[in-house]
Design a protein around this ligand. Structure first.
Ligand code: ACM
Length: 547
């Protein structure tokens, strides 16, 4: 691996071929797109056309003129649908994918080979030569689920920012966008049959500033939501980039925004839910959904609209951090427990999740939830996002359930990335770039048979302390680049990744991030404007507990 090339994530095989010369992109270059590769050709023309100023029209050119895109199972099929081979010599550039996604990932590799300026939106040096050195790459992902979760509930990210993150994901060969659309602090998706979810639920009057222990408040309204057309656009934009959008509607906890909009969804026999507003602070909220038929019908309506918008096989129903106190006090909830013959409130949560598992399964979809859905018995067919460490994922895989590994100790990118007081909001455990790079999604305890249930891995971006895209960039990068390599690149023999080699390649990658306008954390620490003096946080020093 050469540091000038610096491909990230590292491909399975990379050969520099100086003897075959290089390919020069110029006014004569055409893109020859075979069947099934038209969308990637459009993407390539858009991205490289903008950066180079070249037209890159469709066509079949002569020697020295053609970038050829093919789905070529005979050549790349053994690498799987996302695998690809990329050949560059003086005559042409050839991108062979096992399937359409493989051709797209090959195109992403090609852009990296062109250097940082290929990530700009307009040419910075008109007339410069765009040389791709002679190269052979053969590549395929380790995991089929290479995810990023973005919490747009705690702080709304306007649509433009979401589309930008989809581009950044694609540049890192990530392919699942877990869209956390609802929480106590905001409901972010238009639901036509329940308009108050956004009329009321998408705005809060003020916001806790910093960690939840902070005494500071940002005394201004915050909010926003995506219309159904916005969602269609996001889903289509993602699909063009071979990214699946998995929506999350969090229930039965993390639901105060919905209860503020429709008080009858809450435990009205325990508290007066009509006085609740969209929550303006952080933490685990006691106001959870009532386990009534009305609640089930209401959310079936929400999911009906969701299924129209999101073609994803998996639909995320949350299931995390649902305090059971109100259910313990509620005569309605207790009657339901008796009527269903359940042992306790944990089983009532399982019944809740199980209802939506059956409902989604009957409609050809699959339910996924946070690992708390294991408590009280996991619904058949459900998959688990293992966030409280590895344990939930191990238990689920051993019981034959599919798992996405996203332990908070390792891949919660809201946690600070260096010790000391310089980090903008010093919450959580210190997880450095190297820590994330050394994260291993498949626990050694699993047998190969059990390990097959690990669909992949996901980094999570919770946005309590990220009020704008600059803060999201700072927390996400450069660690998301390390995470992308964990998710994509095969594990070396001996399971030890070479961090020094990754750092050498990062030297080139920082140039790509700069050209893309990503406000990452520089290796030497935050830039002056990235520090945020006066924002109180609660540092947790020492190693993270492994639950
Ligand atoms: C979570 O972090 N509550 C899933």
């Amino acid at each position: 691996m050469t540091s000038t090339t610096g491909l990230i994530p590292a491909p399975a095989t990379l050969r520099d071929l100086p003897s075959v010369g290089g390919f020069v992109l110029d006014e004569s270059t055409v893109i020859d797109a075979g069947p099934g590769t038209e969308a990637t050709a459009r993407w390539l023309r858009g991205a490289l056309g903008a950066a180079t100023g070249l037209a890159l029209p469709p066509g079949a050119g002569d020697d020295g003129e053609t970038v050829r895109l093919r789905i070529q199972p005979e050549d790349a099929g053994h690498l799987g649908p996302e695998g690809y081979k990329l050949y560059v010599d003086g005559d042409d550039i050839t991108l062979h994918g096992g399937g359409p996604a493989g051709v797209f990932w090959a195109a992403q590799t090609l852009r990296q080979l062109l250097g940082p300026d290929a990530f700009r939106r307009a040419p910075v040096a008109p007339g410069r030569q765009w040389l791709v050195p002679g190269t052979f790459v053969e590549d395929t992902p380790r995991f089929g689920w290479r995810g990023l979760m973005l919490d747009v509930a705690r702080h709304f990210m306007p649509k433009e920012g979401v589309l930008r993150y989809l581009d950044l994901m694609a540049a890192h060969k990530l392919n699942v966008f877990h869209f956390h659309l609802t929480d106590d602090q905001g409901w972010r998706i238009e639901i036509k049959r329940h308009p108050r979810l956004t009329e009321v639920g998408s705005w809060r009057a003020r916001t806790k500033f910093g960690h939840r222990a902070s005494p500071l408040w940002d005394e201004k309204p915050h909010g926003g939501y995506y219309t159904q057309d916005d969602i269609r656009e996001i889903v289509a934009y993602a699909a063009e980039r071979h990214i699946t959008v998995v929506p999350e509607i969090d229930l039965p906890g993390h639901s105060q925004a919905a209860i503020a909009a429709y008080p009858e969804l809450g435990n009205t026999d325990v508290i007066d839910t009509s006085v609740l507003s969209v929550w303006d602070t952080w933490g685990i909220n006691p106001n959870v959904l009532a386990p009534t038929d009305n609640t089930l019908r209401f959310y079936e309506g929400v999911f009906e609209e969701l299924l129209e918008l999101f073609p994803s096989e998996f639909i995320h129903v949350g299931g995390d951090e649902c305090p059971k106190d109100q259910w313990r006090q509620s005569p309605t909830a207790q009657a339901r427990i008796r009527e269903l013959g359940l042992a306790d409130e944990d089983q009532l949560q399982s019944w809740f999740i199980g209802h939506f598992d059956q409902w989604l399964t009957a409609r050809g979809r699959r339910l996924i939830g946070w690992d708390e859905i294991l408590e009280g018995g996991l619904a058949e067919g459900a998959a688990v996002s293992s966030w409280r460490g590895y344990a939930g994922g191990i238990a689920a895989a051993r019981a034959g359930h599919d798992v996405v590994m996203c332990p908070e100790q390792q891949v919660y990118l809201d946690h600070r990335q260096a010790p000391g007081e310089d980090e903008p909001v010093p919450i959580g455990f210190v997880r450095t770039l190297e820590d994330v790079y050394r994260f291993e999604p498949v626990p050694g305890e699993l047998t190969p048979e059990e390990a097959r249930h690990v669909l992949g891995t996901q980094a999570n971006l919770w946005t309590e302390v990220m009020e704008d895209h600059a803060r999201v960039d700072y927390q996400a990068f450069p660690r998301l680049a390390a995470f992308a390599e964990v998710a994509w690149s095969s594990l070396p023999t001996g399971r030890d990744r070479d961090f020094a080699d990754f750092e050498r390649r990062m030297a080139a990658h920082y140039g790509r991030l700069d050209a893309s306008g990503v406000g990452y954390r520089p290796p030497a620490g935050p830039r002056p404007w990235q520090r945020r003096p006066g924002v109180l946080g609660r540092p947790i020093d020492g190693p993270p507990p492994n639950r």
